[in-house]
Design a protein around this ligand. Structure first.
Ligand code: ATP
Ligand code: MG
Length: 363
């Protein structure tokens, strides 16, 4: 009998601005990769963000969320744009993003920051510092100070207005993000650095205690700890010392942006958001770039690399993921560049042509 084909259903959320352009490229790349690997994808495109607001009046329609929940993985383009900037707060396209993260319960946000040899000069750091950087930041996404229930404004005894927030992490919340981080480090170079502020904050003290306890299950992963102020400094001083970083919601927000600037190429950076079970959400870190939308200028590679993360971390299809990553590297090696990563002597291409070149480089 012929071997049974593997089948996966993928929900595509193209969204706004350049979202549809870059998602269309990634879809074609997934399709061809599937046919080379004996995998069949069925794609379902659903409206989200400003596109959904225009269509049905909400940024995340129920049908979109339920389609996403039933899929094996979700690939998102980008959300938002000038057009919707003056809406009522509850009608902002970006609200849809928070809703889908909550709706899929994706508590772990993975953001790789890789300085590719071909794009070393885009880095904000000196060549010798930037060369070879390959970091994965694992950020806790659904807890911590951004979600602390005790929050608000008040007036103190001296009549001064104040604002306050609270950071709470329960042991099980730390454990589940730590597990994703250890597993991620194991799939990479086996080094994990946990970033906290355990010298000052109780939530960080618990964080460190739980991470240390879990390390016993991962003797093959080399664990270290760093205070967040030092980590911020080390990231620009000697980023090559890091493999996988795990940290809380707020520190991860800051450090993942810092790490992305080390690479200097926003159009190249993917992300993955994972839950305990159920589909993961994969999206480029860039926004909808309304300034270049509809002009065939967008760099689709961040979304193509998000599709590679989808294959690796969302479906466990590591060979297929490697194929996609290699196709991106080969396309760069051949000299093709979109405007955002262009340098003298390269071949300037648009979004569509870049997509076609990636397809040609897939083998
Ligand atoms: P958001 O609030 O949605 O994150 P933003 O205003 O922070 O959006 P982006 O939409 O990411 O930022 O765009 C920032 C700049 O980077 C813009 O000038 C945009 O044109 C450029 N840019 C972003 N993504 C890409 C891409 N894929 N290809 C080319 N240029 C891009
Ligand atoms: Mg932004």
């Amino acid at each position: 009998a012929a071997p049974t084909k593997k089948r996966y259903s993928i929900t595509l959320l193209p969204g706004d601005g350049i979202g549809p352009e870059v998602v269309s490229v990634a879809r074609n790349v997934l399709k061809l990769t599937g046919s080379l690997e004996g995998i069949e994808f069925s794609f379902q495109e659903m409206p989200m963000g400003g596109a959904a607001l225009d269509l049905v009046g909400v940024p995340l329609p129920d049908e979109t969320l339920s389609a996403a929940r039933q899929a094996d993985a979700v690939l998102l383009g980008a959300i938002g744009g000038y057009k919707w900037d003056n809406n009522e707060k509850h009608l902002k396209p970006e609200t849809g993003l928070l809703q889908i993260r909550a709706g899929l319960n994706v508590f772990a946000n993975l953001r790789p920051a890789v300085v590719l040899p071909q794009l070393v000069d885009a880095s904000t750091l000196k060549r010798e510092v930037a060369e070879g950087v390959d970091i994965m930041v694992v950020r806790e996404l659904t807890g911590g100070i951004y979600f602390g229930k005790q929050r608000g404004f008040g007036t103190n005894e001296d009549g001064h207005e104040f604002g306050y927030n609270t950071e709470v992490y329960a042991a099980n919340e730390v454990d589940r993000i730590a597990r994703v981080a250890f597993e991620t480090a194991r799939k990479r170079r086996g080094k994990l650095c946990s970033v906290d502020k355990a010298n000052v904050l109780e939530a960080s003290m618990l964080w460190r205690k739980r991470v240390i306890a879990m390390a016993a299950e991962y003797p093959d992963v080399e664990l270290s700890h760093m205070y967040v102020d030092n980590a911020a400094m080390q990231l620009v001083r000697n980023p090559k010392q890091f493999d996988t970083i795990v940290t809380n919601n707020m520190f991860g927000d800051i450090l993942s942006d810092e790490a992305s600037m080390i690479t200097g190429s926003i159009g190249m950076l993917p992300s993955a958001s994972l839950g305990a079970s159920g589909p993961g959400l994969f999206e480029p870190i860039h926004g909808s770039a309304p300034d270049i939308a509809g002009q065939d200028k967008a760099n689709p590679l961040a979304t193509v690399l998000s599709a590679a993360l989808l294959l690796k971390y969302g479906l466990g299809e590591e060979n297929a993921a490697k194929r996609v990553e290699n196709a991106v590297l080969n396309t760069l090696n051949k000299g093709f560049r979109t405007g955002d990563i262009y340098s003298a002597g390269a071949k300037l291409v648009g979004c569509k042509e870049m997509g076609e070149e990636v397809l040609k480089s897939l083998d």
